[in-house]
Design a protein. Structure first.
Length: 211
């Protein structure tokens, strides 16, 4: 008569262990990785950045490392945005999938906000294009949903480097951003090194908060 009673506790114990494993996995995914970047204030970049510059960062979450690993030659970054300077205020226009934070679309945020999760940053300036042309085009895409399918053939949704891709198609179509094959999705995507390791861009500034 005791076996069913014991089995009930075994099942309960298994459920508890499973829940603990799931909780531990969630904590591992959202837990910051590495030291935060020391540059946290937009004022630190005044005099360095210009309107239309591209800012790349390495974030501090698990998926940041996943996205940076998609690059082949330069794995320093996991996300990018477009610098916009207006009335002495620096903002960043970027397409971010922040699952659960209500920000899964192209948005314009203060530079301080963009730097909050950064462990490393780089500033890149595109050659032969006026910066204001980049930002004016980027502003037109604010509110466009984040592209969770990573489909470069559909401009109705955009991921971070895809935003730059559609802008360059309009302004300077001959500029081609490199792609890599993302095996998990079974399609080509634009890695961050398409900016940081490209003949079309010049590196203006680099800061590594990890070393």
């Amino acid at each position: 008569m005791k076996k069913p009673h014991n089995r009930k506790y075994y099942v309960l114990g298994g459920i508890i262990v499973f829940m603990l494993l799931i909780s531990s996995m969630c904590i591992y995914i959202i837990m910051p990785r590495g030291r935060p970047l020391e540059i946290k204030k937009a004022s630190a970049l005044f005099g360095i950045v210009k309107d239309g510059d591209i800012i790349c960062r390495l974030g501090d979450r698990l998926w940041s490392d996943i996205f940076s690993d998609l690059s082949i030659a330069d794995k320093r970054y996991s996300h990018m945005g477009i610098i916009h300077i207006s009335n002495g205020i620096i903002t960043v226009i970027h397409a971010e999938g922040s699952t659960g934070h209500g920000m899964d679309f192209v948005s314009e945020v203060p530079l301080d906000n963009f730097l909050q999760v950064a462990r490393r940053i780089g500033i890149y300036r595109i050659n032969n294009i006026a910066g204001h042309e980049i930002t004016q085009a980027a502003l037109e895409y604010t509110g466009v949903p984040f592209d969770w399918q990573f489909d470069m053939d559909d401009d109705s949704k955009l991921y971070c480097t895809e935003l730059l891709h559609v802008i360059l198609k309009r302004i300077m179509p001959e500029t081609k951003l490199d792609t890599v094959y993302f095996k998990t999705l079974g399609k080509k995507i634009i890695p961050l090194e398409a900016v940081s390791d490209s003949e079309y861009f010049s590196e203006i500034y680099y800061f590594d908060g990890i070393k």
